[in-house]
Each structure stands twice: as structure tokens, then as C-alpha cells.
Design a protein around this ligand. Sequence first.
Ligand SMILES: *Cc1c(COP(=O)(O)O)cnc(C)c1O
Length: 234
Amino acid sequence: MNREEILLRNYQKVIASLHLSAKFSGRNPEDITLMAVTKYAPDEDVLFFLQQGLIKHIGESRVQQAELRWNNPLFAKYNTVKHFIGHLQKNKAAKAAKLFDFIDSLDHIHTAQALEEHVPPGKILRVLVQVKLTNRDTQSGLTLEDARQLVQALKTFEHLKVCGYMGIAPQGASEPELRAIFSGLKKVFEEDFPPSAERYLSLGMSEDFKIAVEEGSNLPRIGSLLFAKNLEEV
Ligand SMILES: *Cc1c(COP(=O)(O)O)cnc(C)c1O
């Protein structure tokens, strides 16, 4: 198999799993948006998926690196929805507000204010609030209570539109633990964002996206499975 065949196979496997998990949760697979996390992917691989029209939502976690790539005309000509999923430093807010369509990792009102100041005229920047899904200090994000407060505060912002929650599952959690964590956030998400709204619950990465989608995620973030180097990895 050549590289392109491997990439296509990776993609098909991910999509097949997404469909099964959507069905399991009684949802239409079309209601699930796949985010391709391109932060570690080589340019050629990302371009291949873009050329094939297979990926639209992309996730990057470093502002500078994302700028270099997505301002390059080779990439910029594709119609993508760009999500920032890393930790956003306040001093990068101006660049991020310009480049990205979504900031999925918002965890501070000051960052929100910095973004608000720099959103280009006519643009609405969508944001998700990052919830910390573990007690470990190493993870960024807010406690559920603080996250909900930030959501309420964001509703008054003119150039930001708050659309949901994002979370990263704790490493090493068992399947029942993951299900409990994901479904707990789903419940709060349902309370804070009505079904009629444009809303996203972004849970699940390569390791745990099936469980996350089964528990209600509609924006899984997948990197290593899509861009896996060889078949054994998938
Ligand atoms: C890197 C990253 C991902 C993708 O992780 P994979 O395990 O490679 O699928 C998803 N979400 C966030 C926040 C990330 O930083």
C-alpha cells in the first residue's frame, strides 16, 4: 500500500467507527462533525485529505505553526473550518482571533476579552469552554462550575459566540469511568445549550472517540488514527 492508500484506509476506518457509535447513541451520523487534528501531521498528508475533500474541520494547537501552514496559499485555498485546541496565551489572542474560526479551549475571561478586542470586523468567533475532566493539576480547563459561569459571562460578548464545551479525558481511565465523565458533561451541556442552538460537545480523541460519541460528543478530535504511518498503528 502506498501512503495515499494508507491515509484513505485510516479515514474509512475512522468514519466507519463514527457511524457505528452515532447509531449506538440513536443519532444520525451526519450530526457528528469529525475534526482532523493536524498538529503533528506532515503537510503532504493534510493536503491529500484536503484535495480529496475528506476533511473540513481541522484542529491545531500552536498559533505560530498554524499560521505558517494555513496562510500558505497551498492550504488557504481550501475551505476549512479552523479550530484552535491548544492552550491559548493572552499575547497570542490577536493572531488567533484572526486565523481561527473556533477557539475550542477557552478557559479564562481575560483571554475572552483579548479575543473580543481583536476579532476582525464582521467576523463572529465561535468559542467552546474547556472543562477539566480530572483533578490532576497538569490538565488545563475549568471546573464544571467555573466553566458554566464563564459560559454565562460569554453570552454578553458581541464578537464571540459561545457554542459548547470541550474536554480531554484523563489518561488511563477505564471505560466505565470514561462513560461516567462524558455523560456527566453531556447532561450539563444539554442544560446550558438548547438543541435548537448551534452547539458542540467536543469529546473524544483517537483513543476514546468511540466511547465519547456514544456518550453524546458531536465533535470528536482525531489526529493519530487519521495520520497513522502504517497499518499496524490503526
Ligand atoms: C493532539 C490533540 C488531539 C488529537 O489526539 P490524537 O490522540 O492524536 O487523536 C485532540 N485534542 C487535543 C486537545 C489535542 O491536543
